[in-house]
Structure formats: structure tokens, C-alpha cells
Design a protein around this ligand. Structure first.
Ligand code: ZN
Length: 244
């Protein structure tokens, strides 16, 4: 089985379409979306429809929950809050109902799929080794896929307890060893924050036990023009060019 796993679309339709076009080349059996389909970007309804109609196994992100009024907006930065309030007004009833029904975690061929972390599926950012270790300890998963930080990469826990962080170089397959536990961040489709503005997604080949990160250029200026034309903060357009 091959899985095309993506996260944090953030209503960026241009980036999503390019990712899906590239992902199709890997001929995935299953598409997986790790949440934050909406928030920040200009096309929430279109992105929800695309992910829904694709039949992607999707989990809820913090922005998805906020957009349907399921979490307190006080927890968000002023920038995020402005985007969420705009998104709340823009969502159509079908998109809202779909977002509201998303589960917090899914089993993907024996792997755990969540937006943030195994112990706090929606809110927690796994940013460093202590954060990763706390999650390896809190949940017995062997392999877990996350998003939320918008920064791709992997943490690996060896059987002897050694924990390491691994960069995922775009285009090169990383072999997953059966005795090692992994926490793998697939990066962000619609708002990368690792300094590379290209959209990110990952192909997981369960039979070969490999993960391959992919980065895809898209028409950033088109998304920026849409954001600028709407009542969304201009910074949300500017940051796309820098991948921050
Ligand atoms: Zn996000």
C-alpha cells in the first residue's frame, strides 16, 4: 500500500492542486490529510470540497475546529484569529458540516495519523526532542504521522532508548527500520514555515517501508493576489513567498 500524506492546506487551492497532481504520479492507494484544511488562505470551501471528494482519510486540525466554532479563539494569535473569523463567515454549510464531523485520530494501515501529537491530537506542537520523547512515552504507536508545525522532519526512537531528529531531504526515500519508532511530520501544503516556500507532502510506501518527502512549486503570486483582494491580513500573502 502506498499513502500520499499531506497536511495544513490552509485554504490554499493553488498549492493543493499542484500537490495532488504530483501525488497522483506516485499512484497512491490512499490519500491522507492531517488537518487544517482551512484557515489563513482564500479558498476554504474549494479546498474542503477537493479533499472531501478525493476521499482523503482526514483528521481535524485546530483551524478546522476553530472555523466551526468548536474551540476558543483566545488560544490563537491575532493574525490567526483574524483569518479564522474571516473563514467562519466564508464557509458554506456543507463545508462546515464536513469539518465539524472530522475525527481527531485515524489508523492508517497500522500507523497513527493526527494533526498535532499523539497525546494532544489537535493542539500540541512537537518541536524538539523532549516534546517527541513525551509523545513516544504517552502512546504506544510504532509510526505516527503529524503536521501542525508546518515544518517537515522525523524523530526516531531506537530500541535502546536513543532518540534522534532526522531531516527529510526532498526526493530521497528514507528507510523505516522495523525496530525503530517514528514520529514523522509531513510539512504543510499551503503555508510552509521551514524557509522553503514550495508545498510539501509525503509518500509512505508501507510495503517498502520508506517515506519520501516531496516539495512542489506552485503559483504563489496567484494565492497572494486572492488574499490581498479579500478582507484577510496582507501578512498572510507576504509570508507565502518566504516559506515562513
Ligand atoms: Zn496549520
Amino acid at each position: 500500500m502506498r499513502y500520499a500524506i499531506f497536511s495544513d492546506v490552509h485554504a490554499n487551492l493553488e498549492a493543493l492542486e499542484r500537490v495532488l497532481a504530483h501525488a497522483a504520479r506516485a499512484q497512491p492507494d490512499v490519500y491522507v490529510c492531517l488537518g487544517d484544511v482551512v484557515g489563513y488562505g482564500p479558498d476554504p470551501n474549494e479546498c474542503v470540497a477537493r479533499v472531501r471528494d478525493l476521499g482523503a482519510a482526514t483528521v481535524a486540525g485546530n483551524h478546522d475546529q476553530a472555523a466551526v466554532g468548536a474551540v476558543d479563539l483566545e488560544r490563537f494569535s491575532a493574525l490567526a484569529r483574524a483569518a479564522i473569523e474571516w473563514t467562519q463567515g466564508a464557509l458554506d454549510p456543507a463545508a462546515r458540516a464536513w469539518l465539524a464531523a472530522l475525527p481527531l485520530r485515524r489508523d492508517i494501515g497500522g500507523c497513527l495519523a493526527v494533526h498535532g501529537s499523539p497525546r494532544d491530537p489537535v493542539e500540541e506542537y512537537i518541536l524538539d526532542l523532549p516534546g517527541a520523547l513525551a509523545n513516544f512515552s504517552a502512546d504506544p504507536f510504532a509510526r505516527c504521522f503529524v503536521g501542525h508545525t508546518h515544518v517537515p522532519g522525523a524523530f526516531a526512537l531506537e530500541p535502546d532508548g536513543r532518540l534522534g531528529a532526522t531531516e527529510l531531504a526532498p526526493g530521497s526515500a528514507v528507510r523505516l527500520r522495523p525496530e525503530v519508532r517514528y514520529l514523522i511530520n509531513v510539512g504543510s501544503v499551503g503555508q510552509p514555515r521551514d524557509g522553503d516556500p514550495r508545498a510539501s507532502f509525503l509518500v509512505y510506501d508501507a510495503d517498502a517501508a520508506t517515506v519520501t518527502l516531496r516539495r512542489v512549486p506552485y503559483a504563489i503570486e496567484k494565492t497572494q493576489a486572492k488574499i490581498t483582494a479579500l478582507d484577510l491580513p496582507p501578512l498572510l500573502a507576504e509570508r507565502l513567498a518566504f516559506g515562513r
